[in-house]
Write a protein that binds this ligand. Structure first.
Ligand code: ADP
Length: 343
């Protein structure tokens, strides 16, 4: 079997907050806990969950913008945390990011051409002609006329600015783009155009996406596989189609039940989910979802469920819906190279 493009193994990120009394117990925000998944070339791997569940922290860890407390991020088999010098620069080329806000993520004083070729100029000096040729090519790729290359960001619409953000991410020919809430700030019709653009680019180039969103309809449109996160942990990982048809974890079920249905013929499951997401500083014992879970049993209060592979190949962490055999906690994500599936 080929190595996956990206392999995330037991990734954990705790932030120390405050100072703690006599420095004895510094409170920790458990932003990401033991997260494992892999992404194949040409795949769109989505991460969903309510605000505060750790999605953006995963994105920052994948980009190498923050260092993990534990665990590994392997790109083509190489741990990016250990890289220095040229190797680090090469890995930076391979993973690029598209941000949520197309208004604040583009320098308002630079022309479109400058913005989208800037990352290439960090590696090699471009003459005016070379820059304009590259900018023209990138703008065409994202559906903007090359004639617009001398305009400033303020002269573009919101959707066009997000296209500029995508062109900038494409400039270094990355193998993976991390899109963190990349269409959340856009109108629904513009969202669809941007999602279609990303899918077309994937068809043409084989690029992979880690697509982070709180919006399930967006994920259903674009994703191959999806990981549902709750309070820093993956609670279910499944092919998108399967998850939306038959969610297994009660939290996935509740999220889907609460989302607007794009298909009016689909039956909505009625799973009440009450209360708010608890604080990751002092998460509930056992399964962090148990205080809100209609199915919780005593075991859910005392032991953290591990991700267990179900017979249909998906992974679920739930003592009720995916009980591990007595004395066998089930395979962990990392154990099994987990959760791999070619789209
Ligand atoms: P999401 O993207 O799902 O909304 P985040 O990854 O932004 O979630 O945040 C997960 C948790 O980590 C939140 O409780 C957030 O407040 C906390 N957090 C994120 N970054 C920091 C930081 N630099 N310092 C302390 N806590 C943080």
């Amino acid at each position: 079997m080929n190595k996956p493009l990206l392999n995330v193994e037991n990734l954990t990120k705790h932030y120390a907050v405050g100072t703690g009394f006599l420095k004895k117990s510094i409170p920790l925000v458990r932003a990401v806990e033991d997260v494992s998944f892999s992404v194949e070339k040409g795949e769109t791997f989505c991460i969903v969950g309510e605000s505060g569940c750790g999605k953006s922290t995963v994105a920052r860890l994948l980009m190498g913008l923050v260092q993990p407390t534990a665990g590994h991020v392997l790109l083509n088999g190489t741990d990016i945390a250990g890289l220095r010098g040229d190797e680090l620069r090469a890995s930076r080329k391979s993973i690029q990011m598209v941000f949520q806000d197309p208004y604040s993520s583009l320098n308002p004083r630079l022309t479109a051409a400058k913005i989208i070729t800037e990352s290439v100029e960090n590696f090699e000096r471009l003459g005016r002609k070379q820059r304009e040729a590259l900018a023209g090519e990138l703008l065409t790729k994202v559906g903007i006329s090359p004639d617009a290359m001398h305009r400033l960001p303020s002269e573009f619409s919101g959707g066009q600015r997000q296209r500029l953000g995508i062109a900038r991410a494409l400039a270094l020919n990355p193998s993976l783009i991390i899109a963190d809430e990349a269409v959340s700030a856009l109108d629904v019709s513009v969202q669809a155009q941007i999602l279609n653009l990303l899918m077309d680019l994937q068809q043409e180039t084989g690029i992979a996406f880690v697509f982070i969103s709180h919006d399930l309809s967006v994920v259903e449109h674009i994703g191959h596989r999806v990981a549902v996160m709750y309070l820093g942990r993956i609670v279910e990982l499944a092919p998108c189609e399967e998850l939306f048809k038959t969610p297994v974890h009660p939290y996935s079920e509740a999220l889907i039940a609460a989302a607007p249905l794009p298909d009016p013929t689909r039956v909505r499951s009625e799973v009440p989910v009450e209360g708010e997401v608890p604080s990751p500083i002092n998460p509930p014992s056992g399964c962090a979802f148990h205080p809100r879970c209609p199915l919780a049993i005593e075991r859910c209060r005392t032991s953290v469920p591990r991700l267990v592979r179900m017979t249909d190949g998906r992974f679920v962490a739930c003592h009720v819906r995916a009980p591990a055999e007595e004395g066998f906690a089930g395979p962990t994500a990392a154990d099994e190279h987990l959760q791999r599936a070619v789209p």
